[in-house]
Design a protein around this ligand. Structure first.
Ligand SMILES: *Cc1c(COP(=O)(O)O)cnc(C)c1O
Length: 411
């Protein structure tokens, strides 16, 4: 596998080719699934291209990592890294911090993201503040000298709030961090150098690299749950990080190998297959979602439609500027609350009642009862997660069939 296969061309071309040269042994056009745990050495310590053991490096994974780096515009010094889940990718980032460091989180982040910080890392000494980052003054007020990580999701889940990534970057750059704490030690490898200034991480799962590239807007790290749009077929669980900084990539790769939450070669192959159609899938997700959002907005049983592509969305102007299109996720408030929304969810036939999102098939769910049930009722109310709120992950089926299904479910 040639690592020198430089990504070039527009997004669609990179989807299909970046990171993937024909196999040097046979000319196979598709990247082989290297199902091997180890690699034979010519002499002790002499091996090819860094391939000594498959936790550290696997050629199928290398191709995928280069592909994702190209899709997120990681530039010549950057890198992609893949993990066994989105939350394992998150864990790799949090391992860069030290006890006493402070993390600022957008208020309605994915529940598992909050749980990892609140239940695992708080106990290990990280302090967390959640703020509504659609208001940059609130973010400015939340920054502390010990802040070393600002973490946001845009569009958010399930309220589809859109956060100004470049604006957040300006606030982060304007903060005055305290001198980094902790021991400097070359014995700790890349982790021996403390983080000097707050890093900005954008969870780009909902948008996918097709709709926005946060690294070009100043983010230090992009995170994906590849389980969603990158995998795109609801058949695997995986995560990714991408950065433009060689120094950050060194630190992240160090933990990726040292902690070892890496995906197997077959999952990497399936993701390579998926990213070849990412642009085509995403465009259809966006087109279908826009049609459905406009249709729902006129439906008499729907109180409110939340979709960044609608003029009624509070951050529609920002979304139009920051995103290439508006994604496949829609949230709606059904008039009358719990009972009518439950009825809608029980009556759908083409939409499947399930958690998760981003697959080719359409899914529907009830955040207050399903994905966001662990959030106390009062906190849900503050976030706007109404008992009548229903979240749609619009798939790429024929849009008329999808509309017909929603129509009969609301009848
Ligand atoms: C699903 C999801 C995650 C977690 O990813 P897993 O692959 O399930 O570990 C993180 N962020 C967002 C926005 C998600 O939707």
């Amino acid at each position: 596998m040639s690592e020198g296969h430089q990504p070039h061309g527009k997004f669609a071309t990179r989807c299909i080719h970046a990171g993937q040269a024909p196999d040097p042994t046979t000319g196979a056009i598709m990247t082989p699934v290297y199902m091997t745990s180890t690699f034979v050495q010519a002499s002790p310590g002499v091996f090819k291209d860094g391939y000594d053991y498959a936790r550290s490096k696997n050629p199928t994974r290398t191709a995928l990592e280069a592909n994702l780096a190209a899709l997120e515009d990681a530039g010549p010094d950057g890198a992609g890294m893949v993990f066994s889940s989105g939350l394992a990718a998150m864990d790799c980032v949090l391992h860069q911090l030290r006890a006493g460091d402070h993390v600022v989180l957008s208020d309605d982040v994915y529940g598992g993201t909050f749980r990892q910080l609140d239940k695992v890392y708080r106990h290990l000494g990280l302090e967390v503040t959640r703020v509504d980052m659609t208001n940059l003054d609130l973010l400015r007020g939340a920054m502390k000298p010990a802040t070393r990580l600002v973490w946001l999701e845009t569009p958010s889940n399930p309220m589809l709030k859109v956060i100004d990534i470049a604006g957040v970057k300006r606030v982060v750059d304007g903060a005055s961090p305290a001198p980094a704490s902790g021991v400097r030690s070359s014995e700790l490898g890349p982790l021996g150098t403390p983080i000097e200034r707050p890093l900005l991480l954008v969870d780009n799962t909902f948008a996918s690299p097709y709709l926005q590239n946060p690294l070009t807007l100043g983010a230090d790290i992009v995170l994906h749950s590849c389980t969603k749009y990158i995998g795109g077929h609801s058949d695997l669980v995986a995560g990714a990080l991408v950065t433009r900084s060689a120094a950050l990539a060194d630190r992240l790769k160090y933990v990726q190998n040292a902690v070892g939450a890496v995906p197997g070669a077959m999952d990497c192959f399936m993701m390579l297959r998926s990213t070849k159609t990412l642009h085509v899938r995403m465009q259809r997700h966006c087109d279908n979602a826009m049609t459905i959002a406009q249709w729902l907005e006129k439906h008499p049983k729907i109180q409110r439609v939340i979709y960044p592509g609608l003029a009624s969305h509070p951050q529609h102007a920002l979304a139009s500027k920051q995103m290439r299109a508006f994604g496949g996720m829609i949230s709606v408030v059904v008039k009358g609350g719990l009972a009518p929304s439950r009825q809608m969810l029980e009556r759908v036939r083409l939409f499947s009642l399930a958690e998760s999102l981003g697959g080719v098939e359409s899914l529907i769910e009830h955040p207050a009862i399903m994905t966001h049930a662990s959030i106390p009722a009062e906190a849900r109310r503050v976030l706007g997660i109404d008992d009548g709120l229903v979240r749609l992950s619009v798939g790429i089926e024929d849009v008329n069939d999808l509309v017909a299904d929603l129509e009969q479910s609301l009848r």
